[in-house]
Design a protein around this ligand. Sequence first.
Ligand code: PLP
Length: 406
Amino acid sequence: MSPRPDLAALDAADPLARFRDAFERPREMIYLAGNSLGPLPKASAERVARMVRDEWGESLVRGWNSHDWIGAPARVGGKIAGLIGARPDEVIVADSTSANLYKLAVAAMQARPDRPVVLSAPGDFPTDLYMLEGAIRTLGGGRRLALAEGEALEAAITGEVALLVLCHAHYRSGAVRDMAALTARAQAAGALVLWDLSHGTGVLDVDLNGCNADLAVGCGYKYLNGGPGAPAFLFVARRHQGTLLSPLAGWFGHARPFAFEDRYDPAAGVARFACGTPPMLSLAALEGGVDLALEAGAAAAAAKARALGDLFIDRVGDALILESPADSARRGGHVAFHHPDAFAIVQCLISRGVIGDYREPGTMRFGLSPLPLSFAEVARAADLLVEVVRSRAYDDPAFRQRSKVT
Ligand SMILES: *Cc1c(COP(=O)(O)O)cnc(C)c1O
């Protein structure tokens, strides 16, 4: 273990320190689950209340125009673009990450009709694999899902592959894939690539266009702090926008939704991947979180998250087995550790005011949201974790009871 850093000095030198006050902060709690559900920005609480009262309550249906509800998916998408190295007209907010992945995967498979394989990685986020299975079942035609990791993954990128679908930062280990290299490799073989940015947006300095990315999806309620069930986003590179088609061809993706025509005519641009009426209250909450992330800047947020992760890992030392990359350049916004009693340890820690989470089997995760957290808090949480592990305070039946959502 390296010499103990001066935490007060780290917090004093933190360029993002002022963002801590922008979040509601339940007292006596250190919240390290922002990788699962980000904390509540104060401005979002106000924005949603104002929208309910003044916009919905007063304007009613006129709000689609008078408050530009209709423009919100493209407006908020354009802001998210600034966090992921995309152009504003390449991103929209819509649906859930799962649904967006389905739409883009089907569109990509149909754009490569002679190639039967969709390639992904075993152990990637389950919904991604399930949605791919479902998309393949729908399209049929001898298509199949292949899963491979590491060198086998690179070897599996052949001329049979229509689409490569990968998570950028892994939900369990936090390991980050080399987006530029894998994208180039797959494109050289004639495949399209779809990145799931759920665990990176708001906490990594993603550069989609710098990596020549084709397609991407991502989540609104993790490091974007958009609120429970916040709508997700999707990215389609400009060069693909004229040719790819959404299989969920809803009226919000129509060129003229309010002409009420019988025939579907896809909107120009990424808007064709919208489907139905956007959830305006959730979009208002998401915009509050996105505005904060933009103000902080993706590079500064990523730098702080890396430093918080290094601090946490250093303090945990050899008390637990690290599942995340030790090298912060290869790590997303959370750190993960293994222990056979990880579930009970997380529950015990929660009883002491540190909220982390648990993933089967035996993984505990601690999300290091860069905007709301201080270095002192993160160090204190790590110290409490070590104390719980070393004292075996978790070894109590009360900490072994399971709930529905972990
Ligand atoms: C959180 C997460 C999702 C969430 O999908 P939903 O449709 O919002 O439930 C999808 N993919 C990854 C990689 C995630 O981390």
